[in-house]
Structure formats: structure tokens, C-alpha cells
Design a protein. Structure first.
Length: 703
């Protein structure tokens, strides 16, 4: 047994080297090699052998295979069973489960169990636990309770990962690896996190003077004299006054970087042992807000979890049973472009135990989600979980089979239906089919940055501002046109997209402004919205008029911005109509040659510009400076930009989405009413009916 002092030294050395040494990054789009395009999509189900009697394993895995599933998923929460004592590993039971899965004809996704450190670790090394913003240390008995920056914990994670990788890395029955579980980048205020944060700041700024400049240490005498004095900014421990938004932004960045490094370290260990056809991923939450998948370097691709029905009703009517209309398409369009492939690692199979309200899901909805995931480019769909638990905290969480372990649930029946349909579609799909010209002409990039989101959330300036709702608003407007959409980052190629939208893109630099300008001059159509260009990458205002770096680009100056009280409404008008607003409105002063598309209809700035557009080179740039209450004005403006640019677009109702993949179209309906789907020419409908009923899907081929 190695000593604790050696353990800590080795762990800190490992973390520091991981941060400093260059790593080989999987090439974008090469991850497609892991999935045969002709298969369209593979299907899996979570199974926890350690939670069920061994006499039932063979029956369950055989039944899973008979239902049509291709793979199962082991070990993500099983650390106490894999290492029951420090340094003593027991894979006998897991070997048996893998053998039975293979015998049934199932592949296995193997998971690292870092989410759930065993009791002996916390008892002997209590410093491994995460500390929340109120100074409370987490304890054993839950998951996600460890400090990912703690060197002792990190070393134990490295050890169990290496034991698993050396044992299963050369095993052809293992199709891939999932690291951890839903890495959330949880804020950690432990001593370990403070030391790691100080080191991160040293690496970023080099000198304490540079840190003070970025964090504005001249304000309120918050200056530091050395890095060892730096505290983690903790709003929970402050009352009236606000902390430096620049410090808070850096802590967000640090936490996301620490999470990415934690994942990359596990992946690097597995790569020493894995077969070349085994892939490595992790399952981010679908709406990942604190962890940033683009910060990792060692994953082959990211995937995501997806729970759509949890007590909310976005569109009214039946929608509370059908699901959040924005979640699945946004997740597909966000995660897929990062490496060229993605999948749903956890898809809700029915009612869940954790929601504020957990209504029965509308019949057809789960089947619809699966077909939407297919259209959205997912290479696999895996459900959490195969069996409905009969004990502990996830009782009332549905599975593919119910509490008797054998009877299909409603969700199970819909999974089986979808599996059969996808297998049929394999015979008619054309993976080599080129995207139709009408879709290429309206293909859209959605520029997204977690740094921008964090900065907006740190200083919202009005209780009405919701960064994620703003994202939903503009992404759903794009989808209403029937446009293929990719979420991209600043370093990606803009030229592949006729349209580029960057909502509330607050943090900019001259490099980005130049890139936007070149994109427009070369024929691209750029759409920017309120709050864009107000700050530099450190979150500082420019020493110039507000948003001055984009004034020449948009052809207008920013005179000032206004926010109304929650119970008040202002009006903004276009040529077509008037629209209410109260969240955020920017008063614009257009330059000569800039066209005004909307202006304010009241307040003391009645008649002044709210939305402007101008042509530049071969393209155009439009600035939407107001955030309306219902988003209808924004929809009108965006659709006008597409049609003015010569793109032929659809007019899909809210909650109705159409995707194209491998030569086929797939439509889904989250609304409460039947919808006639526009189908052109001579078409063959494979599944579904038109008009498309709520919670149903339609798959067709246009000749």
C-alpha cells in the first residue's frame, strides 16, 4: 500500500502535467468510423447487475436482446462493488454480466464509476468530498459528491479507470466507454478547489497584476497581492454588494476546465489499453449549462441525456404530456457538430421519480422522440433504464419493463415499435444521398458560447432576462423554416452556412468582428440580436460607446438600452404589425444606407429604430435590438431575412419540426393539434399519417 503523502504528490503531479502537456485530440468527424451509417441507429438499455439478483441476469439480458436492443450499459455507479476495499478489485461479477450479455447477443458500454466513491474512501479520506457554497461538506450516501480537483480522489479515479481499462480495453465485447455520469461542473468551494483555482489563475494570468487588472482590483480595494490570497468568489457568503463579475466568470471557466480535464484524464488512461474500434464518450445533460463539451480534448464524441416530460407545459394543451419542444432538436444540433456524431445515452422511458410533477406520457411521444433523434443525426439511442426499480430513491422511475421485471411498459412497447421501424428503414435509406438543394440554401449556423451564456447570467440586469429561453426562441424560429441547423463555435468555419445567427453574443473581440465581416462580404447572411458586442472577452465594457466594435458592421450606433417593469408593456412595430415587449430594448441610431425594419411605437423614444438591416458585399447583416414578449416579431424578421436572400422556407407551426437524413424526411408534432405537413411531389410515406397528430411522427421519401 502506497503512503498517503506519496498518493497526494503523485496526484497533484498528474493533474499539473495533464494541464500543461499537449494532448492528441481526436480529429473532428473521424468518430463516424465507430458506427456503420447503414445501421442508421443502434439501441441500448441501462442495466445494473449489482442491483438485481444474479439469478435474474440471464433472463433480463436475453429478454433485452429479444426485444431488439443492440447493447447494454454497465458499471457507472458500481465503484463499491468493483473496489470493495482500498486497492482490492473484484471484477468477477462484472465478468459474469459481460459474459451473459455477450451470450445474449448484446454489446456492452462500459462505464467508469467516478460518480460514486465508496464509503471506505470518504471515511479514510474525508477531504475528497465536495463543499457547497454554504460551506457544507457532502457525505456518503448520494452520488456526485466528490471534489474533482481533490488529488486523493483523482488518484483513486485514475486507479479504478486503469484497472477497468486494462481488464476490458482489449475485449471485443465492449463497444465503447462512458466516462463518469452527466458531468455537471458543479461549483466546489473545498480547499482542494481553492488551490486548483489559484493554480488555474496563475497559468492564465502569469502575474498577480494581470489578475487585478482583469478582475478590477482597484474597485472596493479588492486587490490581491499574491495568488495565495485569492478566494473562490462565493455569492452565498455576501449580502447586498455584488462580487466582481469578472471573478465569477473566471470561476465558471475554471470549473468547466476542471471538469474537462477530469474527463480527459480518464480518457487518456483508457486509450493506453483500448481497442481501436472502442469509442470514448460521456453523457452530458441535454441542456448543459455549466460543463462545456468543447473544452475536452480526448473524447471521441459527446453524447447526452434526454428527459422531456417533467411537469412543464411550454405550448399549452397536451404539451405537458408530450414534452419540452426545444430540448431534443437543440441537443442533436448542438452535440452532433462537435465531432460529427452523437447519440442519446439516456432517453426517458416513461414517468420519472424526480420531476416536480410526473404525468403519464402521451401515447406515441416516446416513439416520436426516437424517430426525431434518428432525424437529428443520432447514431444510437439508449434508455435509462431497462428495469423499473422496486427499491431506493428511483422508485417510480419507469423502465422498459415494469416492476415485475418482464412486462413491457408503455415506453417499452414504443421502444420496440421504433426498433422495428428503424430496422425496416435500413433497407430503404440511402446514407450516400446528398442533402437536397432547397435545404442547403437555408442551412443555418447557430453561434453559441458557454462563456457568453455565463456572462449574461452573471449580469442579467432584469429579472425578465432568461438566456436559455432566448436560445430556445431563436433556435425554434430557425427550425420553423425547415432549415438544417448546427450549433458552432467561433473557431469553426462560417462559410459552410448561408445563414449565421448569434443571439445575445455579448463577449466579442476584433478577431470575431472581422470574421463576421468577412462572412457577410462573401455572401453570408448574419443575424445578431440585442446584447451583442457589449463586452470584451474579460467581460469588460469597451472604453468607447456601447457596442462600438460592431457599429460599422451593423450600420448603427447603440444610443441606450431600456428595460420595463414586469407588469408593463411597450410596443414595437414593423410594416406588418405591433408587438409587445418589456424585457430588453436597444435604441439604435442607423447610419445612412441602413434600413429600419422595426421601430418603437411608444415611450419617450417613439419612432426610433429597434431592428436594422444592411447589405454588405454579397451578403447582409441584421440586428434585432429588442426582445419581445412572445417572439412573434423576431419570427417575422428572421423569416423575412431568409426569403429576401432567396431561400425557399417552410412555415412550420410552433412545436412541429422536420428533419432530413439519409434521403428521408422525419416530422414530429409536440403541439396539441393535428398539423398538415408540407410534402412535395410524389412521395412515399413509410410510417405515420398526414395530417400529423400530436405526439406522432411521420417518415417519408420525396421522389
Amino acid at each position: 500500500m502506497r503512503s498517503l503523502s506519496f498518493l497526494i504528490l503523485a496526484a497533484w503531479t498528474s493533474i499539473h502535467l495533464c494541464a500543461q502537456q499537449p494532448v492528441s485530440q481526436p480529429q473532428k468527424n473521424t468518430a463516424v468510423k465507430f458506427f456503420n451509417p447503414a445501421d442508421l441507429m443502434q439501441f441500448g438499455a441501462f442495466y445494473y447487475p449489482e442491483q438485481w439478483d444474479t439469478s435474474q441476469w440471464e433472463r433480463d439480458l436475453n429478454n433485452m436482446a429479444k426485444l431488439g436492443f443492440d447493447f447494454t450499459h454497465f458499471a457507472e455507479f458500481a465503484w463499491a462493488f468493483l473496489e470493495p476495499e482500498e486497492g482490492h478489485y473484484d471484477f468477477t461479477w462484472l465478468d459474469q454480466a459481460v459474459d451473459l450479455a455477450d451470450k445474449a447477443g448484446l454489446k456492452v458500454v462500459m462505464c467508469t464509476p467516478s460518480e460514486c466513491p465508496p464509503a471506505w474512501m470518504g471515511e479514510k479520506y474525508p477531504e475528497i468530498y465536495l463543499v457547497d457554497g454554504n460551506g457544507r461538506r457532502m457525505e456518503h450516501g448520494i452520488r456526485a459528491n466528490a471534489s474533482i480537483t481533490n488529488p486523493v480522489y483523482r488518484q483513486f479515479v485514475a486507479r479504478i479507470t486503469e484497472e477497468l481499462a486494462s481488464h476490458y480495453g482489449n475485449d471485443p465485447r465492449i463497444m465503447g466507454w462512458q466516462l463518469d455520469n452527466e458531468p455537471l461542473a458543479v461549483p466546489d468551494y473545498s480547499p482542494s478547489a481553492r488551490l486548483a483555482f489559484q493554480q488555474w489563475l496563475k497559468d492564465k494570468y502569469g502575474t498577480i497584476d494581470a489578475l487585478n487588472e482583469a478582475w478590477v482590483g482597484s474597485f472596493w480595494s479588492t486587490k490581491y497581492f499574491n495568488f495565495e490570497q485569492v478566494l473562490i468568489p462565493n455569492q452565498n457568503l455576501n449580502n447586498e454588494d455584488k462580487l466582481s463579475p469578472h471573478a465569477l466568470l473566471d470561476f465558471k471557466r475554471f470549473t468547466a476546465d476542471a471538469t474537462a480535464e477530469f474527463l480527459d484524464e480518464q480518457a487518456a488512461i483508457i486509450r493506453q489499453y483500448q481497442q481501436t474500434d472502442q469509442w470514448i464518450t460521456t453523457n452530458y445533460t441535454n441542456a448543459t449549462t455549466d460543463s462545456d463539451p468543447r473544452r475536452t480534448t480526448q473524447l471521441d464524441f459527446p453524447c447526452f441525456t434526454m428527459y422531456l416530460v417533467s411537469g412543464h407545459n411550454h405550448l399549452g394543451g397536451l404539451n405537458f404530456r408530450i414534452g419540452n419542444p426545444y430540448k431534443l432538436y437543440e441537443a442533436c444540433d448542438y452535440f452532433r457538430p462537435i465531432a460529427g456524431v452523437t447519440g442519446v445515452m439516456e432517453l426517458q422511458p416513461g414517468q420519472v421519480n424526480w420531476a416536480s410533477v410526473s404525468p403519464m406520457i402521451q401515447p406515441g411521444a416516446i416513439h416520436m422522440w426516437i424517430l426525431q433523434a434518428l432525424g437529428g443525426g443520432c447514431s444510437f439511442v439508449c434508455t435509462y433504464r431497462y428495469r423499473s426499480p422496486i427499491k431506493h430513491s428511483e422508485m417510480y422511475h419507469d423502465g422498459i419493463v415494469g416492476t415485475d421485471g418482464v412486462t413491457l411498459s408503455q415506453g417499452g412497447q414504443e421502444f420496440v415499435q421504433a426498433i422495428r421501424e428503424v430496422k425496416h428503414l435500413r433497407s430503404v435509406a440511402n446514407p450516400e444521398a446528398p442533402m437536397p438543394e432547397k435545404l442547403l440554401r437555408r442551412k443555418t449556423a447557430f453561434l453559441w458560447s458557454h462563456d457568453v451564456q455565463w456572462d449574461l447570467d452573471i449580469q442579467p440586469q432584469t429579472s425578465l432576462w432568461d438566456t436559455w429561453e432566448n436560445r430556445n426562441r431563436y433556435s425554434s424560429i430557425v427550425k420553423s423554416t425547415g432549415a438544417p441547423m448546427d450549433f458552432i463555435g467561433e473557431e469553426d468555419d462560417f462559410s459552410a452556412y448561408p445563414f449565421l445567427i448569434a443571439p445575445a453574443y455579448q463577449l466579442i473581440d476584433q478577431k470575431l468582428v472581422d470574421k463576421w465581416t468577412d462572412y457577410v462580404k462573401q455572401g453570408g447572411h448574419l443575424i445578431l440580436t440585442c446584447r451583442t458586442g457589449q463586452k470584451d472577452k474579460d467581460g469588460h465594457f469597451f472604453e468607447a460607446p456601447m457596442a462600438a466594435p460592431i457599429s460599422n458592421l451593423i450600420g448603427a450606433d447603440h444610443e441606450f438600452q431600456d428595460m420595463l417593469l414586469p407588469d408593463m408593456k411597450g410596443m414595437v412595430k414593423t410594416e406588418q404589425d405591433k408587438y409587445p415587449w418589456n424585457c430588453w430594448g436597444e435604441i439604435l441610431l442607423p447610419y445612412k444606407g441602413t434600413q429600419v425594419l422595426a421601430s418603437y411605437a411608444d415611450q419617450f423614444y417613439r419612432g426610433k429604430a429597434a431592428v436594422v438591416t444592411r447589405k454588405m458585399g454579397q451578403g447582409s447583416v441584421t440586428y434585432i435590438g429588442v426582445n419581445t414578449i412572445d417572439g412573434k416579431m423576431e419570427r417575422e424578421i428572421v423569416r423575412k431575412i431568409y426569403t429576401d436572400a432567396g431561400a425557399v422556407i417552410e412555415d412550420l407551426p410552433e412545436g412541429v419540426f422536420v428533419e432530413w437524413r439519409v434521403g428521408m424526411y422525419m416530422a414530429v408534432n409536440y403541439s396539441g393539434e393535428p398539423v398538415q405537413i408540407p410534402i412535395e411531389g410524389v412521395s412515399q410515406i413509410f410510417f405515420g399519417e398526414n395530417p400529423l397528430a400530436p405526439a406522432q411522427s411521420l417518415v417519408w421519401l420525396e421522389e
